[in-house]
Ligand binder design. Structure first.
Ligand SMILES: NC(=O)c1ccc[n+]([C@@H]2O[C@H](COP(=O)([O-])OP(=O)(O)OC[C@H]3O[C@@H](n4cnc5c(N)ncnc54)[C@H](OP(=O)(O)O)[C@@H]3O)[C@@H](O)[C@H]2O)c1
Length: 277
């Protein structure tokens, strides 16, 4: 598995598995479990979940999928903004650990900014880290100006990532946030890397897919994976999609192919507000 590094030098896989909208419908449970476990078999050991997903249902599903395989996984979960107070984040993390059937998270993120001051959330994260309940912490959906604000908070140098919307039709972060993170050796986690399956797949994506004998979403994923310091976390509830996504790791796009993609999906030419889903 290709890896990138967190600011403290720890290696993490560049391709993981998302879980939003999993663990919500019992009829899909067996297939979702197979998909997550197949992902682990293929080396997609980073699993991203959140207390929000299925109101704990996704964490329970992940707990079942990784039972007996905890050491193969870099486990990421997120706290709701309304739980992200000094005491609330600690309690929320303990509930997440229980649902996940583990004693520690590898990474715990503030899901998006809410009413609690960042300093309080960071203090909670640092307490969880000192207690061994989380190994790293980070944020999600924070724009560059908010990351600047975070820098003023004690212990903020331990922030390990910003998880944000990033894909071919959502390139706004390339203007400022992605360079900001790169300067600090902090990887960005790209969520919805194929825009929840809504990326336009005609044109250049189809042409390149034909040339490489794969699907257009694999080309889109390979493009995300070609960006330095970016981790992609596509969600796939079906094993065949997990398999296709894992193959995107082997798809190397030539400079002229990347240039053709840029012509159809241009990079930003000015600041764009951070997009969210
Ligand atoms: N921090 C945040 O605020 C935030 C926000 C959104 C998402 N996220 C995280 O990022 C993860 C990924 O984002 P997402 O779930 O929004 O969207 P996504 O990964 O861009 O797309 C998921 C959709 O694409 C389909 N799919 C996956 N691989 C495919 C393939 N190879 N070919 C065809 N279809 C494919 C999936 O179908 P099947 O499921 O049927 O296989 C699913 O419908 C989430 O699950 C979550 O963990 C975080």
């Amino acid at each position: 598995m290709r890896t990138t590094t967190l600011p403290d030098g720890e290696a993490v896989p560049v391709l993981g598995q998302g879980t939003w909208m999993m663990g919500e419908d019992r009829r899909h449970r067996a297939e979702e479990l197979r998909a997550l476990r197949h992902g682990l078999d293929l080396g997609l050991g980073l699993i991203d979940t959140a207390e929000m997903y299925g109101e704990g249902g996704a964490e329970e599903l992940v707990g079942e999928a990784i039972a007996g395989r905890r050491d193969e996984v870099f486990l990421v979960s997120k706290v709701y903004p309304h739980n992200a107070s000094r005491a609330g984040a600690v309690a929320a993390c303990e509930r997440s650990l229980k649902r996940l059937g583990t004693d520690r998270l590898d990474l715990y993120l503030l899901h998006w900014r809410g009413q609690h001051p960042l300093a309080e959330t960071v203090a909670a994260f640092e307490r969880l880290r000192a207690d061994g309940k989380i190994r790293h912490w980070g944020v999600s959906n924070l724009d560059a100006d908010e990351m600047d604000e975070l820098v003023g908070v004690p212990d903020s140098a331990r922030c390990a990532t910003d998880q944000v919307l990033y894909n071919l039709c959502r390139r706004g972060i390339e203007w400022d946030l992605l360079p900001w993170c790169r300067r600090r050796g902090m990887p960005v986690m790209a969520y919805s890397p194929i825009e929840q399956g809504r990326l336009p797949t005609g044109g250049v994506l189809s042409e390149l897919a034909q040339r490489h004998g794969c699907g257009p979403f694999q080309v889109a994923l390979a493009w995300v994976l070609a960006q330095d310091g970016v981790i992609a976390i596509p969600k796939a509830g079906r094993p065949k999609h997990v398999e296709a996504n894992a193959k995107a790791l082997d798809l190397v796009l030539a400079p002229e192919e990347l240039a053709a993609i840029d012509r159809s999906f241009p990079a930003p030419v000015a600041k764009e507000p951070l997009a969210m889903l």
